[in-house]
Design a protein around this ligand. Structure first.
Ligand code: NAP
Length: 356
């Protein structure tokens, strides 16, 4: 597993990290806890020693499971880098309304963006409790909250850092301007990272987020690098997704788009996968983490086999010719997508698609 320094911090993270959203059992349909724990175990044994979770993933459940995992074996906590988030609340109605959803039991939940200082503090305390740890290695503001000045949020996180409750401060879904505001408020403490969506089908970050991160030395840990499984070739046109699997409603998962993506994978990625003796998903993960400015990819896995397969991509190195061939092939891939609304533009549309 290749590792890289996260921005200007001392944290050294694997290029493939474990994304713990789906194991929370919300949005992706039901999850089996024992299977999820096995996935986490397989990931760690394969070199994936960093986990990204969030309070909202299963309304506490993902963090609780990660906590169970860390507590299961003596010394495990010390081996794992724990990255979580704060700033999305389902249990208060303060802040900026974000979206409505249903939890795993079918109850309606209203999600608010809330990065008010007192709320961030309450969330960090609750996360430490669920995770059963003394300090969070990377605390990321999940989404920008239009109702709270960024410097107030950063002030609260600096205090928590001073108290030893969090080690590094990062953000997620922040624009370059928002990152600059955060860094200005943090002063000498480096803004460790931003977490944008990025994969071969969603490359909007290349326009501004990645250049800004390169220029400022900010780490980038990308989410949905497999486009939620579509880029593995295993979401065939006839695969039936569970009733409560959020991917059913995503335009990129329409039958026609699945057909087009799979045809592209077969024509462009499969020959490279054959040469590299790797799977389609592994090739595209290796492609992702070798794009300029990207530190690591957060990959969701629901089973031990998926976790092992994804981890192995962290040792795969594609040639410059292979990297270029994949990008060139993707330029010819056209998907049927609704026209983006004028307000917010294409980037806003893509962000709404990837919301999670
Ligand atoms: N900051 C944010 O706003 C935000 C948003 C989204 C995600 N994230 C983070 O990023 C992580 C990863 O993103 P993601 O979960 O959206 O998408 P992803 O990593 O692109 O896709 C994960 C899904 O792909 C399928 N998959 C994974 N490995 C596979 C393999 N080897 N073979 C076949 N299928 C495989 C699994 O679903 P199936 O088996 O059901 O097909 C899995 O749940 C999340 O877990 C979360 O930590 C953050």
């Amino acid at each position: 597993m290749r590792t890289r320094k996260l921005g200007r911090t001392e944290l050294e993270i694997p290029v493939i990290c474990f994304g713990a959203w789906a194991i929370g059992g919300w949005w992706w349909g039901a999850a089996d806890d024992e299977q999820s724990l096995a996935a986490l175990g397989a990931a760690l044994e394969s070199g994936t020693n960093a986990i990204d979770t969030a309070p909202v993933y299963g309304f506490g459940h993902s963090e609780e499971l990660v906590g169970r995992f860390l507590a299961a074996e003596r010394g495990r906590r010390e081996r794992v880098i724990v990255m979580t988030k704060a700033g999305l609340r389902w249990d208060t109605d303060e802040g900026q309304p974000f979206f409505e959803t249903k939890d795993g039991a079918g109850r309606s939940r209203r999600i608010f963006r809330n990065s008010r200082p007192a709320s961030l503090r309450a969330e960090v305390e609750a996360s430490l409790g669920r995770l059963g740890i003394e300090r969070i290695d990377l605390l990321q503001v999940h989404w920008p909250d239009g109702t709270t000045p960024i410097d107030e949020s950063m002030g609260a996180l600096l205090e928590l850092r001073g108290e030893g409750k969090i080690r590094e401060i990062g953000v997620s879904n922040f624009s370059p301007g928002q990152m600059a505001e955060a860094q200005a408020a943090l002063g000498q403490v480096p803004l460790a990272s931003d977490q944008p969506p990025y994969n071969l089908l969603e490359r909007a970050s290349e326009e501004d987020v990645l250049p800004h991160a390169i220029e400022q030395g900010i780490g980038i840990v990308v989410y949905s690098p497999l486009h939620q499984g579509l880029l593995t070739g295993r979401v065939t046109a006839d695969r039936v997704l569970a009733e409560d699997d959020g991917r059913r409603k995503k335009p990129t998962f329409s039958q026609e788009n699945r057909r087009r993506v799979n045809a592209f994978l077969e024509a462009t990625v499969a020959p490279i996968a054959e040469t590299q003796e790797a799977s389609l998903g592994q090739v595209l993960l290796a492609w992702t983490v070798d794009q300029p400015g990207i530190t690591a990819a957060l990959v969701g896995a629901r089973t031990a086999d998926q976790a092992r397969e994804n981890a192995a991509a962290g040792s795969l190195q594609l040639s410059a010719v292979e990297l270029a061939a994949i990008r060139a092939g993707a330029l010819n891939l056209e998907l049927e997508l609704p026209r983006p609304k004028a307000v917010g533009g294409l980037r806003g549309f893509i962000k709404r698609l990837a919301r999670g």
